[in-house]
Structure formats: structure tokens, C-alpha cells
Design a protein around this ligand. Structure first.
Ligand SMILES: Cc1cc2nc3c(=O)[nH]c(=O)nc-3n(C[C@H](O)[C@H](O)[C@H](O)COP(=O)(O)OP(=O)(O)OC[C@H]3O[C@@H](n4cnc5c(N)ncnc54)[C@H](O)[C@@H]3O)c2cc1C
Length: 301
């Protein structure tokens, strides 16, 4: 661990913050080196207190379920804040409105909305991340996306101050959200429609469809690249002959060419080299520049 001077913590946090935590345990690719500090708050007040006492020069990375994150093998300098298992409240506020904390898994939102007779929220079911990650990414599926349902979000800034913001404070696009710097989501109010006939069949059908076309159950981060306008990244990759292409223990999925699989012993460097190879090959073969959807963070080993 470097920059030790910055990592002094107030006594109430010193014993609760883990050090040198392998990020491979917290990402769905199961790769990534150690985080200097790893903190799971008790609730949003606790998280605000943690941020207030953290030296200003310590960078912070918030994570949900790490299902869209490539952490390099050298790990993360600074503090990782994990919302999953922490910010877990989910409540119905009115006939059509719910409040969800950032650490709630998307699948739980989908299932609970069915129970409340709200929809369309089924698209959340197959997204293996948290609401926080879904807000940061504008996660979506089957023609729907997260921000379509956002009424307002609650955020914390780097000093632990809480703010409420509306969608107009953000530039929202396809898998892209730009908002005020150094603020992170702790929750949101989402609006749905009354869907009295909603039942879990629709969720089951969508999950089945995913299983048919995606390598569910293998170690991946879902789609690596966004779809270029009017094109499908997976088709471009497949027709460039890249299905099955392998670097180390990482390969382009045979089932869905926009997925990269860690077969068990891949390093982040293998995955990143494969991403670069796919991008270069598609540019050479098709003249199309692919953009990564996955977020690449941390230091090389
Ligand atoms: C099998 C599989 C299928 C997938 N299918 C889809 C799909 O259909 N549609 C889709 O959109 N995505 C899909 N994904 C990708 C991924 O699940 C989504 O991007 C998801 O929203 C990421 O959520 P997370 O909690 O895992 O975020 P993480 O991966 O932990 O983080 C992703 C980004 O969000 C930031 N972030 C996380 N929490 C917060 C917060 N509270 N405040 C601010 N920033 C935060 C992180 O810093 C990071 O930059 C799939 C992934 C897998 C593995």
C-alpha cells in the first residue's frame, strides 16, 4: 500500500475499513488487484461520516456488484466504497412511485415491482448490478433503461454532504450519464405505471431469452462494447472472425461475441489486451471504432 500518510482514518472507522482487498472478489470478471482501503458502510449517514473524515487527497471509487468493471492487476490506490449489502432499502411511496437505495440489486427491483403491481420494470431482472451502478451507466435492456424512470436522485458529495438532484442536472445517453463531478448516488425515486396484471412470468421469459443468447453463469461483464449507431457490436466482432479468440485465460465468447469470458485464471491484463485486439481488428476489418461500455479502472501491475 502506498501513500500511507493519506490513509489514516478516524478511530470509529479504523477497525471497519479493510486494507489490501483483492478486487477480484468484488467483480464479475473475477480479476483485479488490491484496493488500498475497502469500506462497506452501515447506511448513508455512516457513509457520509466516512467521507467527511477521509483525507481529501484519497481518491474514492464507488462500486455496486462490479458487473461492469475491469480493475487492473495493480489494484486501486485509494478507497473503494461498496454499496451492495449496505444501502438496501426499497419502499413504495405512492401508487406509482418507489424509493430505492443504491445498493439494491436490479433483480430485486424487478421482482418487487411485480409484487406491487408496477411496470414496466421487468427489464431490470437480468441486469446483475445494483441501482447505483444502473444509475451511473443508464443500464437498460429490451428497449428500456434506468433513467426513463428516474424522478429524482439522492447523492453524496466528497465532503459527505447530501443533495437531491433531478434528471435535468444530468446529460443522459445510451449507457452514459454525466453529472456534477465528485458526487455519487445513494438512492433514487423511480416512477412506473400501474400494471395490475404484472406477474413473474414476464421476468422468467426474459431471463430464459438471455440464457439462450448469452453465456450466463460464466465470468464476464456482459457486453464489453456499446453498439455503434445503427450497428450491433456483437455482429461486427463475430463477422471479424473473433469468436473464440483467446489471450491467456480470457476469450471472446462463442455464444455472444460482445462478451469476454474469464475461464478461471485470466488476469486483467489479458482481458484488457483482448479488448484492445477486438477494437483494433473491428476497426481494420469494418472501419468502425468500438467504444467500451465496461469501465476500466486502477493501476497496471
Ligand atoms: C451477464 C451480464 C449481463 C449484463 N446485462 C446487462 C444489460 O442487459 N444491460 C446493461 O445495461 N448492463 C448489463 N450488464 C452490465 C452491468 O450489469 C450493468 O452496467 C450494471 O448497471 C452495473 O451495476 P453494478 O452495480 O455492478 O456497477 P459496478 O460494475 O460496480 O460499477 C459500474 C460503474 O458505476 C459506478 N457506480 C457504481 N455504483 C455507483 C454509485 N452508487 N454512485 C455512482 N457511481 C456508481 C462505478 O464507479 C463504475 O464506474 C451485464 C453484466 C453481466 C455480467
Amino acid at each position: 500500500m502506498n501513500a500511507q500518510r493519506s490513509h489514516e482514518l478516524a478511530p470509529e472507522f479504523a477497525s471497519r475499513v479493510l486494507r489490501d482487498v483483492p478486487m477480484s472478489k468484488h467483480t464479475s470478471w473475477h480479476v483485479g488487484g488490491p484496493a488500498d482501503l475497502f469500506f462497506t458502510p452501515r447506511d448513508s449517514m455512516d457513509l457520509a461520516s466516512f467521507l467527511r473524515q477521509l483525507a481529501r487527497d484519497v481518491p474514492v471509487l464507488w462500486i455496486g456488484l462490479g458487473s461492469n468493471l475491469l480493475v487492473r492487476d495493480g489494484g486501486i490506490r485509494g478507497a473503494v466504497i461498496s454499496t451492495h449489502g449496505a444501502l438496501g432499502a426499497l419502499a413504495c411511496l405512492s401508487a406509482t412511485r418507489i424509493r430505492v437505495e443504491a445498493g439494491v440489486p436490479c433483480g430485486r427491483i424487478a421482482r418487487q415491482c411485480v409484487k406491487w403491481g408496477l411496470g414496466p420494470a421487468e427489464f431490470f431482472a437480468g441486469i446483475p448490478g445494483t441501482l447505483g451502478g444502473a444509475l451511473a451507466m443508464n443500464a437498460g435492456a429490451w428497449g428500456s433503461d434506468t433513467w426513463r424512470h428516474v424522478i429524482e436522485v439522492e447523492v453524496l458529495d466528497r465532503r459527505g454532504m447530501r443533495h437531491t438532484r433531478q434528471p435535468e442536472h444530468y446529460e443522459i445517453g445510451y449507457r452514459s450519464v454525466k453529472g456534477p463531478d465528485d458526487e455519487w448516488f445513494i438512492g433514487a425515486q423511480l416512477e412506473f405505471e400501474r400494471a395490475p396484471g404484472a406477474n413473474s412470468d414476464a421476468i422468467r421469459d426474459l431471463l430464459e431469452k438471455r440464457k439462450e443468447s448469452q453465456p450466463i453463469g460464466e465470468w464476464s461483464c456482459g457486453s464489453v462494447f456499446t453498439n455503434p449507431p445503427g450497428r450491433h457490436a456483437a455482429r461486427l466482432i463475430e463477422s471479424a472472425g473473433l469468436k473464440g479468440f483467446r489471450i491467456g485465460d480470457a476469450s471472446v465468447s462463442e455464444k455472444h461475441a460482445n462478451f469476454i469470458i474469464n475461464h478461471g485464471a485470466a488476469r486483467a491484463a489479458d482481458v484488457e489486451a483482448l479488448i484492445a485486439h477486438v477494437r483494433d481488428t473491428v476497426a481494420r476489418v469494418h472501419g468502425v471504432e468500438l467504444t467500451t461500455e465496461v469501465r476500466i479502472v486502477g493501476e497496471a501491475a
